[in-house]
Write a protein that binds this ligand. Sequence first.
Ligand code: CP
Length: 320
Amino acid sequence: MPNPQLTAHGELRHLLSIEGLSRALIHHILDTAQGFLGVNDREVKKVPLLRGKSVFNLFFENSTRTRTTFEIAATRLSADVVNLDIRNSSTSKGESLLDTIDNLVAMHADMFVVRHASSGAPFLIAQHVDRTRGPGVHVINAGDGRHAHPTQGLLDMYTIRHFKKDFTALRVALVGDVLHSRVARSDIHALTTLGVPEVRVIAPLTLLPSGLEQMGCHVHTDMRVGLKDVDVIIMLRLQNERMRGALLPSAQEYFKHYGLTREKLALARPDAIVMHPGPMNRGVEIESSVADGPQAVILEQVTFGIAVRMAVMSMLAEAR
Ligand code: CP
């Protein structure tokens, strides 16, 4: 079955998931992002690639980093940006998601950036606009339920490539609430596609989904064993809003076993980097001295996210 996010030429039409993207295409996105960053990898260039286009941010769930960096990215590409105020929109009066989309397309939306609590909502919108509008309208998944957060996965890969250069000699550990994490799923697909030989997942049994070994991961429940000699640590937030029932005894107990402290960080390689997609819960999954310490690259992830989102949007706009 053809990948619904790719054109017949293998270019990005939508970005719905990292699953199914080739290694070459992921590197092409990262290379394109690099081109938007200045020489010191901090300043992001302003370019006219989306002049005359309208990008609509539709965030049905809260966001700080993703929504804001998409807005900055679209502005740097010279697009017009509309942030739909979902709480005060007509969805609260019972309008269906697809009726809302049809109305925004009638206002000449060219691109939708969609965050939704339901897995599959961006896919549904993409299918709908393909059917009703043809290839001119693009959809980017900005996080759907537990399913995927592809631009977070891509900016995580950008960060790893920036600091570690070669994916094919790395040990990477993802730690925490993997069960509810769309970031974990996107990162695992990206890491395995990019040839990382050892992707470790560290979590209590109650926060481990099934099928991780089939995705190419090594599973650990003991953080001290799982962190041994890793090059990259990706910490994950406890997604309390998605938990049904008590999956953990307490936040204190969780921190004792799965919180990243300086003492546990010392088990990784001395040059290991510490990442976190945010929002962070200090004292729950990560100690402040680590989050603010010399090995943390958490704020660099945010800056790189602007360039990665510019890359994705500019590539979608070019798709034939
Ligand atoms: N990483 C991430 O998705 O953060 P926000 O929820 O703030 O967008």
